[in-house]
Ligand binder design. Structure first.
Ligand code: PLP
Length: 373
């Protein structure tokens, strides 16, 4: 299989799998237990916590372990509005469902929500749009650093500066950004949610950075773990895996990101050169690993099935409850014509993608398009 669906999930790194396995076998105590096996596990947990805090440039008490970014985003958004009860939230119409549907649920609970649409030709929200949407009642801004469908980058530094000046908490969905570009958390970011399975670290683990300045009510109540903000025994093997994934990003990130970008650009150049009906859906400022293309006259769904039969994994829109594929809300909200949206396919690469796979994928795509045309 040529796996080009890394924004859905990534293949686990064998080194990380070893670390998870090792931790499961040798650090099986509950970190909350007072006996020596518990204390051994606690030391391992504290080390992962310290390493991650140093990596992200925050305090240990500002690192929270979750089951993934969906939980992290819920923990911050719901936890924050449960704390302040009312007010206004600024978000965007381009968010992943984890934020979008949570904002919709908050609206039902009486929170006022503004969903900003991108300006024509843009793939992300601009700082002046956020500034213009601010109200005296605005309590929080929640947006993604990079879009998972197009890779479009939000000008985060400017928005963070604006949030800092206005003294409004800024929650960032960092899932599609982290592990694709150098990570540096701007000062005005109050919370940032990340996911392990998008960085080769396995499923069911996420990290949420939550600055002390942002108060939340816990949405998972239980034991006093994680400073009482997220009850439940910590998933130590997965946490150790996440910490190692970050260490690998620290060691190799720069050259990995360069390689991924080179392969993505090479892929797009080759596809555009050989296929006259192909176009890039967002070619602006974006992360290294995403290529969202449309193939005029061909349904994205048909294309995906043909790709799968030819052993290439890619994606298109999102599955609705019937299992059929819905046109992408993100591309529609960017103003792309419905027909073009319906003919779109997202290819997403990772550090495990290689040149031979890209060459092979280009050949196969060319054959498929000729057949379907
Ligand atoms: N945010 C973005 C941008 C995503 O792409 C995803 C997953 O696809 C999520 C949030 C949710 O992450 P998780 O699968 O860890 O819950």
């Amino acid at each position: 299989m040529i796996y080009l669906d890394n924004n859905a999930t990534t293949i686990i790194d064998p080194l990380i799998l070893d670390e998870i396995h090792h931790t499961e076998l040798h650090f099986y105590g509950n970190p909350s237990s007072i006996h020596s096996m518990g204390q051994l596990a606690k030391q391992k947990l504290l080390k992962a916590n310290r390493d991650l805090a140093a990596f992200f440039g925050v305090k240990s008490e500002e690192i929270f372990f979750t089951s993934g970014a969906t939980e992290g985003l819920n923990m911050v958004l719901r936890g924050f509005f449960n704390h302040c009860k009312r007010g206004h939230l600024i978000t965007t119409s381009l968010e992943h469902e984890a934020v979008y549907q949570t904002a919709k649920a908050l609206e039902i609970d009486g929170i006022e929500v503004t969903y900003l649409d991108p300006e024509p030709g843009e793939g992300a929200i601009l700082p002046h749009q956020v500034r213009d949407a601010l109200r005296p009642t605005t309590r929080c801004i929640a947006l993604m650093w990079a879009n998972n469908e197009t890779g479009a980058l939000t000008p985060l530094e400017e928005i963070a500066e604006l949030a800092l000046r206005a003294n409004i908490p800024l929650l960032v969905d960092g899932v599609a950004y982290f592990g694709k570009e150098q990570f540096f958390l701007p000062e005005g970011v109050t919370a940032c949610c990340l996911s392990g399975h998008k960085i080769h670290a396995g499923k069911g683990i996420g990290v949420t950075i939550l600055k002390k300045s942002m108060s939340i009510e816990p949405i998972i109540t239980g034991g006093a773990q994680q400073w009482g903000k997220r009850g439940g025994t910590e998933n130590l093997p997965a946490i150790a895996g996440f910490a190692l994934a970050c260490e690998l990003i620290k060691q190799n990130g720069e050259k990995d990101f360069e390689k991924i970008r080179f392969l993505r650009d090479y892929f797009e150049a080759k596809i555009l050169k050989t296929l006259s009906n192909a176009s890039i859906n967002f070619g602006g400022n974006r992360v290294s690993n995403v290529s969202n293309l449309s193939f005029e006259g061909i349904s994205g769904e048909t294309m995906l099935i043909a790709l799968d039969q030819a052993k290439i994994a890619a994606s298109h829109g999102s599955a609705c409850s019937s299992g059929a594929l819905e046109p992408s809300r993100v591309l529609l909200n960017m103003g792309l014509p419905r027909k073009r949206v319906l003919s779109s396919v997202r290819f997403s690469l990772s550090r495990m993608t290689n040149l031979e796979e890209i060459e092979e994928a280009c050949k196969i795509i060319k054959i498929i398009i000729k057949k379907l045309n």
